[in-house]
Ligand binder design. Structure first.
Ligand code: GYE
Length: 346
C-alpha cells in the first residue's frame, strides 16, 4: 500500500496513524485511507471491534451560523442528532453569526484533517479564499441551508437547502389574495448579505410586482432575531408613516414574533390591525396563528440532518451528486394551524 502510514504493533489506532502520507487530489475521498489502514489487521496489527468500527466512519467538520432563531436551533439539533445516531464523529463549531468565525472554524477543520467539511454560510460572498484552501487540502465541501456566490463551482460538491426565492413568492402570493391587492407593507429583512434575506426579498417583490395597490414603505434588517425584530418594528411604528402600515412581511418567524410584541405594546392588534406573514413554520409561529396574532407562515424545513449525512456517505463513496438538492416544504395559514400544531417537529 504505497504511501499509507500503517500503525506499528502496539501503537493505538487513531486518526493520524490512518492518514496517507501523499496529498490526495481534490474531491478524492480521503476517507479511503482509514479503510485501508483498518486493513492493517491483515498486517498482523490487532484492533478492538470499536476501534475498527470508528475507523470506517468519516469525521465531519460542521460550521454552524449561530443560534439566532428557533429554526437554527432545530437545524443544529437535527444535524447533531443524526451524527450521533450514525456514530459519526462531528466537529461542531458555532460562529455566532460572524463570517470571520466561520472562516476560522473552516481553517481549523483543515488543520484537523477531517474527511468532509459541511457548513451553512452566514452570507453569500467572501468564501473563495478559504474554499480554495479546503480544496487544496483535498477535503470535499457540502453546503447546507444557505448558498454561496463563487466563480468556481468546483469549490463545493453540492448544496442542500430550500428555495428561498420560492418562499418569498409564496408569502407574496398569499398576501395578494388575502389583501386583494391593497397593502401598506413593512418588511423585516434577514441578515444583510445572506442568501435567505436576498432571495426572500426578491421572490416577494416579484409576487406583488403587478399590484398597484401594494407598496413596501419600510424595509430594514432585524438580523433574523426576535429581539431585533421587536426593536425595528418599534421604530417602524413610531415613524411618521407608522400609522399607515397594515401588513408586516418578516423574513423569518422569530422576527415576526418579536414584532408582534412591539405591535401589542403600541396598542394595536397583531393579525387584525396588521396582517402578518412570515417564513419558517416554527412551533411559536403556529401558536401565534392559533392565538390569531400571526396570519400565515411559509414552511422552511430545518430538519436536514438525515439528508446531510446521506450526502456525506455518498461523497466518501465517490458518487457523483447533483449540484443542488432541494428540501420540500409548504405553506400554512390560521385555518390550518390548530390541526397542524401537534405534529410540528420544530
Ligand atoms: O429562515 C432563519 C434563520 O437560513 C433558512 O436562518 C435559514 C434562516 C431561517 O435564522 O430563521
Amino acid at each position: 500500500m504505497p504511501g499509507l502510514a500503517l500503525p506499528r504493533p502496539g501503537q493505538t489506532l487513531n486518526r493520524s496513524t490512518l492518514r496517507t502520507t501523499r496529498p490526495l487530489s481534490p474531491m478524492t475521498p480521503k476517507f479511503t485511507s482509514r479503510l485501508l489502514a483498518a486493513a492493517g489487521l491483515f498486517a498482523g496489527v490487532f484492533f478492538t471491534t470499536a476501534q475498527v468500527a470508528a475507523a470506517d466512519k468519516p469525521v465531519v467538520g460542521f460550521s454552524q451560523i449561530g443560534a439566532e432563531s428557533a429554526w437554527r436551533t432545530a437545524n443544529t439539533d437535527s444535524i447533531k442528532g443524526e451524527a450521533a445516531k450514525r456514530g459519526i464523529t462531528l466537529k461542531f463549531a458555532d460562529a455566532q453569526q460572524k463570517q470571520e468565525n466561520q472562516i476560522k472554524a473552516l481553517r481549523s477543520f483543515i488543520a484537523q484533517n477531517v474527511d468532509v467539511i459541511a457548513f451553512s454560510p452566514v452570507v453569500e460572498t467572501g468564501w473563495e479564499p478559504v474554499l480554495r484552501e479546503i480544496k487544496k487540502a483535498g477535503i470535499p465541501v457540502i453546503l447546507t441551508d444557505r448558498a454561496v456566490k463563487v466563480s468556481d463551482p468546483s469549490l463545493f460538491v453540492t448544496f442542500v437547502g430550500s428555495d428561498f426565492v420560492e418562499e418569498g413568492r409564496r408569502a407574496g402570493k398569499w398576501l395578494v389574495e388575502k389583501t386583494k391587492g391593497q397593502a401598506v407593507i413593512a418588511e423585516l429583512v434577514g441578515t444583510p448579505g445572506s442568501a435567505p434575506a436576498i432571495d426572500r426579498k426578491k421572490g416577494f417583490e416579484e409576487a406583488i410586482a403587478g399590484q398597484a395597490g401594494m407598496k413596501i414603505i419600510k424595509s430594514q434588517s432585524g438580523d433574523f432575531t426576535r429581539a431585533k425584530g421587536k426593536e425595528v418594528m418599534e421604530t417602524f411604528l413610531k415613524s411618521p408613516e407608522g400609522k399607515s402600515i397594515n401588513v408586516l412581511y418578516a423574513h423569518n418567524d422569530d422576527m415576526a414574533l418579536g414584532a408582534i410584541q412591539a405591535i401589542e405594546e403600541a396598542g394595536l392588534k397583531p393579525g387584525t390591525d396588521i396582517v402578518i406573514v412570515s417564513i419558517d413554520g416554527v412551533k411559536g409561529a403556529f401558536e401565534a396563528m392559533v392565538a390569531g396574532k400571526l396570519n400565515c407562515t411559509v414552511e422552511c424545513n430545518p430538519l436536514i440532518g438525515a439528508q446531510l449525512f446521506d450526502l456525506v456517505a455518498d461523497v466518501v463513496a465517490g458518487k457523483t451528486l447533483p449540484k443542488r438538492i432541494a428540501v420540500e416544504e409548504g405553506l400554512y395559514d390560521q385555518s390550518q394551524a390548530a390541526a397542524a400544531l401537534p405534529s410540528r417537529q420544530y
